[in-house]
Structures are given as structure tokens and as C-alpha cells.
Design a protein around this ligand. Structure first.
Ligand code: IPD
Ligand code: CA
Ligand code: CA
Length: 268
């Protein structure tokens, strides 16, 4: 295993253990609203600190961008870690056991290493650039569905951007008519990991942040899939509008998304 992936795994497991332990002791969870329908808990920040400490202990000069702490500019800007200490906070605070730690490393702007760890199921998804993707050390691949017919797609509702609801529901309606079913499980990181593992046939969501998708994107690519924005371009890290699937399913998802794009979505 690449030494930097090894550190990422160590960080994800340590943070995941704290998250899983606190999940059993709900009286220890302190919830704070940080925006509209957007929550942070003491566990998010505790897990984040564990991850940052683990990374900086081995790589003190590296840079970090992390959901709750923001940017930590290190001496070495070529190495940037992108961290979501707890993806699926709403599930966590509601007692729904579906959330994950997500850690990616970008080298000179390119995704290089990725870990998504589900501490409840003990599932560790890993990927290294050019080396494939694994679940608990076993190679995973996106599935080979061709049409939307028979697929199960994952999505996220735009609960922080309710202004986009009509556009989103238009996309949802057209896709839902063709797919077997849809899932809104509540963790973008796990949605992407599940696409990589072939459990889910495709995924789309708007308004995501870089830490939601960085690790999941490398997992999908290394598992043989594609990730793009709503116009089929490469601006998803910026716009947050993200689609992931194998090449054929991705093309079909984009065909149904396109008619519903708002002018703002087309520009991004
Ligand atoms: C959220 C989850 C959710 C997605 C949201 C994200 P958080 O991350 O990934 O599935 O729909 O857009 O913000 O806030 O739980 O880290
Ligand atoms: Ca997140
Ligand atoms: Ca989070």
C-alpha cells in the first residue's frame, strides 16, 4: 500500500472508531446548526482533529482542506488532503447508521489517494491513482449496465438549495420513470463508494462540496467509472453538480438531466 494511503487509512479508522463509539452514546452528541438545514456536532470536529493530527504527524508540511476547519496552508502546496470527517451528519444525529469518513489526497491538483470508511459496517474503500479500487482489500469494479432500465440510482436531495428544487425534481422525474428505483441514503461519500463497488448503478446530486466527493471520485474512476458535472464537463469540483456511473449509464443520466438545467447550472 502507498505510504500516504496507509496514513489516510490509519486516520480514517481512528476517526471512525470515535464516531462509532459516540453513536452508541447519544447523550454525548452536541448538535449545532451551522446553516440552513446544515448541522455540525462535537463528533465532526473531534473526528476532524484526529485525522488532521494523524496526517500532519507524518507529513507536517502538507496542506489540508477540511469541512469544519477550512484551509490549513502547509509549506508544501503540491500535497493537499481533502477531508470530510463525517459524511452523513444528518443520519448520525438521527441515529441512522449510515455515514462515513472521507479522506483524499491530491498531488499537484490531481486526485492520488482515497479512503472512505464506514465505521458501522467496517467497510474500508480505498483507491490509489492508477492502481484500482478496493473494498476491504478486494478489488471492486463499477457494474456494466448499459441502459437506465433496471438500474438503481443514488441521489441526494438539494436540502440546502431549495431554490433548485424544480430543476432537481424535473431530473428526478425523468430518471425515475426509466430506472428500477432510486435511493437517497444520506452520504454522498458512500453513494460514490457504492457506485465504485457496483452496488449502485449511478449517482447524481447538485451543490456538493469538494470534501463530499474527492475520495469518492477517485474510487469511481479507479473502479472503471466516470465522474462529471451536469453538462458532461469537468467542472464538478467547482459547481458541486456531480454525476457518476459507468460510461454508458452516465451518458443516459446526462440525457435526462440536460433538459432541466437552469441557466446558472449551464454556466458552471
Ligand atoms: C452531506 C451528505 C449528503 C448530501 C449533502 C452533504 P455532510 O454531507 O453527503 O448525502 O446530500 O449534500 O452535504 O454535511 O453530512 O458532511
Ligand atoms: Ca459531506
Ligand atoms: Ca461532514
Amino acid at each position: 500500500m502507498h505510504p500516504m494511503l496507509n496514513i489516510a487509512v490509519r486516520a480514517a479508522r481512528s476517526a471512525g472508531n470515535v464516531i462509532a463509539r459516540t453513536f452508541e452514546q447519544t447523550d454525548k452528541i452536541e448538535i449545532e446548526a451551522k446553516g440552513s438545514n446544515d448541522f455540525v456536532t462535537n463528533v465532526d470536529t473531534q473526528a476532524e482533529q484526529i485525522i488532521i493530527d494523524t496526517i500532519l504527524k507524518s507529513y507536517p508540511d502538507h496542506s489540508i482542506i477540511s469541512e469544519e476547519r477550512g484551509i490549513i496552508a502547509g509549506k508544501d502546496a503540491d500535497y493537499q488532503w481533502v477531508i470530510d470527517p463525517l459524511d452523513g451528519t444528518t443520519n448520525f444525529v438521527k441515529g441512522i447508521p449510515h455515514f462515513a469518513v472521507s479522506i483524499a489526497l491530491k498531488v499537484k491538483g490531481k486526485l492520488d489517494q482515497a479512503v472512505i470508511y464506514d465505521p458501522i459496517r467496517g467497510e474500508l474503500f480505498t483507491a490509489s491513482r492508477g492502481k484500482g479500487a478496493q473494498l476491504n482489500n478486494v478489488r471492486i469494479r463499477v457494474n456494466n449496465m448499459k441502459e437506465l432500465n433496471g438500474t438503481v440510482l443514488a441521489t441526494g436531495f438539494p436540502f440546502k438549495q431549495k431554490a433548485s428544487i424544480d430543476a432537481y425534481l424535473g431530473m428526478f422525474k425523468d430518471l425515475f420513470a426509466k430506472t428500477a428505483d432510486m435511493r437517497r441514503a444520506g452520504s454522498a461519500a458512500l453513494d460514490l463508494a457504492y457506485v465504485a463497488a457496483g452496488r449502485i448503478d449511478g449517482y447524481f446530486e447538485l451543490g456538493l462540496k469538494p470534501w463530499d466527493t474527492a475520495a469518492g471520485e477517485l474510487l469511481v474512476i479507479e473502479a472503471g467509472g466516470l465522474v462529471c458535472d451536469f453538462t458532461g464537463g469537468n467542472n464538478h469540483a467547482k459547481s458541486g453538480n456531480t454525476v457518476a456511473a459507468n460510461a454508458r449509464v452516465l451518458k443516459n443520466i446526462l440525457t435526462d438531466i440536460r433538459p432541466h438545467l437552469t441557466p446558472a447550472m449551464k454556466k458552471l
